[in-house]
Design a protein around this ligand. Sequence first.
Ligand SMILES: Nc1ncnc2c1ncn2[C@@H]1O[C@H](COP(=O)(O)OP(=O)(O)OP(=O)(O)O)[C@@H](O)[C@H]1O
Ligand SMILES: [Mg+2]
Length: 373
Amino acid sequence: MDALVNPDKMDQPELSGPGKAGGTVHGIIGQSPPMKRLFKLIERVAASDATVLIQGESGTGKELISRAIHEGSPRREGPLIPVNCGAIPEELLESELFGHVKGAFTGAAFTRPGRFELAKGGTLFLDEIGDMSPKLQVKMLRVLQEKVVEPVGAVKPVKVDVRVIAATHKNLEEEVASGKFREDLFYRLNVVPLHAPPLRERLDDIPLLVNHFAERFAKIQDRPQVQIPAQIMHIFQDYEWRGNVREMQNLLERLTVLSDGDVSLEDLPSKMVKDHGQIADNDDESPIPARAFALPQNNHAITDFNREVEAYENQLILNALERTGWNKNKAARLLNLNRTTLVEKIKKKGLERNEPAAQSQLHPGDKDQEDGP
Ligand SMILES: Nc1ncnc2c1ncn2[C@@H]1O[C@H](COP(=O)(O)OP(=O)(O)OP(=O)(O)O)[C@@H](O)[C@H]1O
Ligand SMILES: [Mg+2]
C-alpha cells in the first residue's frame, strides 16, 4: 500500500535525533510547550527499559510516540512489533500474542511463535490495550510479572526479552474505576505514563503541522503545494479537531488533491466553516470602515489625533472581544496581535466586559467627566 492511499503510514521516522531541527523528533512535529515536555520525556524514557503507557485521544500520535521511544532506545536494532489488541478477536489474540503449538486447536497445523517471541530483543507495542478482554488481561499481567509466555497448548513456558509499550485512547483510570480494566495490570503498565496532547491544547503547533502536511502531500502527489491564507489558518486554530492530527492530515491530503494550490473557504468541510460561524464570514469585511477616517464636517472643529486613534483602537479591541465571547486567544488572532500585547492593552485601557461604561472607554479623554459627580 503506498503512502497516498494510506497516509497513516507515510510518517516513517525521519531519524532526526531528539531536539533536532524545527521541532521534529523522530518524525513527531511540534514545538508547543506540551510537545516540548513530551519530547523530553520520550528522550528520557527511551534510554530505560521501563514499561510505558501512552494515553491520548484518537489521532494524537500515540503510535508515532511508541516508534520514537523504540528508535531512541538501546533496543533500536531489534524489532518493533505492534499488536492492535482492539482489532483482533479474543480467541485469536491469545495465540497472536503468546503463540501456539502444533495441534493446539483446530487449524493449528504448525507451531507458531507469538508476537512476544517475535519482538525478542526489541519492543512490543500493545496498541488499544484498553480493549483487551478480562481473560487476556489476567494472562498479560502474568507475562509482565514473570517475563515468560505460555504458548497456547504448550507445556513449557517460553522466556521473553521485550520492552513493552502500551497505548490507548481510553481513559484507563476511568476504565479501572468502572471495573472494565484490572487495576493490577494498569499499575504494571503505567510505570511511565505519557500523555499525547490533543491539538486543541497546542494551537501553536497547528500552522507547523499544516505546513508540514502541505509540503509532504505536494511531494507525494506531485501537485502544487497548498497555500493556506491567514484567515483559514485562524479557522484551523479555532476548529475542534476531534480526530486530531490524523484528521488534519486527511484534510491536507484532500486539499492537495482538490485544489490547485490556493485554498479558499469553499474548499473546507462545511462543519469547519459553520463551527467558525460569524468569525469566518466577517473576516472578509474591510476591517476599517471608511467613516472611521472622516474628519468633522465643521472645518474649524479640532480633531485630536491621538484621542481618535485610541478610540478607534478601543473599538476594534472591544469588537473582537465581543465577537469571540471575550476569548482573548481568539480575539488576539482576529486582530493579528500577540495575546500578551492584547492583554496588556485591555488592562491599560481598563476595558471591561458588558459594562455600560465600556462605551465611555471609546473616548478615554471623556472619562473624567463621566466619572465625575
Ligand atoms: N505530532 C505529529 N507530527 C506529525 N505527524 C503526526 C503527529 N501526530 C500524529 N501524526 C500523524 O497522524 C496520524 C495518526 O497518528 P497515530 O496513528 O500515531 O495516532 P494514534 O494516537 O495512534 O491514533 P489512534 O488512537 O486513532 O490509533 C499518523 O499518520 C501520524 O503519522
Ligand atoms: Mg494508534
